[in-house]
Design a protein around this ligand. Structure first.
Ligand code: UDP
Ligand code: MG
Length: 304
């Protein structure tokens, strides 16, 4: 263990009030366990003094590094940059707001030493989350499980340890719409989990706006499933059947069916719009991927 390097990737978006505390907690864990470590902080276009605070930490501790983004690219991209720049034999991704307890890293490392390649944190309880967040998260994972073509474990975020082998594969997955926990599941290898209670956010408020949550859910579903398209086809077959029956019925009875006709037309228009929308989602992804732009823009790198 002593000769192994552990990289700890920590995304930060406008978290000026928890940089030092986050560093202190993680540092305590690595020090108590005499780990070789590097901490890679990503400043994801923060609007406050996050960068200054991160620089302070970097001055105290040369094992701390910062990747400073030119603007906010989002949590999943921030993690990607951290993973891409990590040198460790194992890479741990952890939230900066200490909702994921750093102490759990030790348990993850134990599993890693037993031969597991991915150890993810599975939350048993979520303290201090809004009712809305709990409900949406629960149904999102249910829906994702049903929709997805691969098995993405429930109640897990991106808090996880990955072996170098997994990291190398992840680095070779160039997709722009990234749902990292799904990509890691897709890679496979020997995966296991350790359970933990998700703590309250230490300070500040969630940086996952509703818009960002919807984008994440969309990435999870569209990137890992073709079920929506298959669903459209099934729906189309059902509609064809119903409308044929109605048409035959109308013809046989020779009656005035203005209302039925009208509602049927409206119904069809609705179906078409939904279908187009779903197809549009897939097409827009082809467009996104074909642009082949870099994932993020780095303004500055410190201590690398
Ligand atoms: N984060 C980020 N970029 C973003 C949104 C969030 O780097 O656009 C970071 C944030 O600073 C935190 C972590 O990702 O360290 C998790 O975000 P947050 O705690 O807001 O999400 P929640 O726990 O509410 O799902
Ligand atoms: Mg959080």
């Amino acid at each position: 263990m002593k000769d192994k390097l552990i990289s700890i990737v920590i995304p930060m978006y406008s978290e000026e009030n928890l940089i030092h505390e986050c560093y202190r907690r993680v540092k305590q864990v690595v020090e108590n366990n005499k780990l070789n470590y590097e901490m890679i902080f990503i400043n994801d276009g923060s609007k406050d003094k996050t960068l200054e605070k991160l620089k302070e930490v970097c001055n105290i501790d040369k094992n701390c590094k910062v990747i400073d983004f030119s603007r906010n690219f989002g949590h999943q991209i921030a993690i990607t940059a951290g993973i891409n720049n990590a040198k460790g034999d194992a890479v741990v991704v952890i939230d900066g707001d200490l909702q994921d307890p750093p102490e759990l890293i030790i348990k993850m490392i134990e599993k890693w030493e037993q031969g597991y390649d991915v150890v993810y944190g599975k939350r048993t309880e979520r303290k201090g989350e809004s009712f809305f967040k709990l409900i949406t998260a629960k149904y999102f994972y249910k829906f994702l499980g049903y929709m997805s073509d691969i098995n993405i474990p429930r109640n897990t975020g991106d808090f996880r340890l990955m072996d170098r082998a997994v990291v190398e594969y992840l680095k070779n997955m160039p997709e722009k719409n990234r749902f990292i926990r799904g990509m890691v599941s897709w890679i496979g290898f020997k995966q296991t989990y350790v359970e933990f209670e998700r703590d309250k956010r230490l300070n500040g408020y969630t940086k996952y706006s509703l818009k960002k949550m919807i984008k994440l859910a969309e990435d999870g579903i569209i990137s890992f499933s073709t079920k929506p398209i298959k669903f459209i086809i099934k729906l189309g077959i059902i509609i064809e059947f119903i409308s044929s029956v109605l048409l035959i019925y109308g013809l046989i009875n020779n009656s005035d069916h203005t209302l039925i006709l009208f509602s049927m037309v409206a119904f069809f228009i609705g179906i078409q719009v939904i279908s187009l929308g779903i197809i549009g989602l897939y097409v827009s992804r082809i467009y996104e991927e074909s642009k082949d732009r870099p994932l993020y823009v780095v303004k500055e790198k410190i201590n690398f």
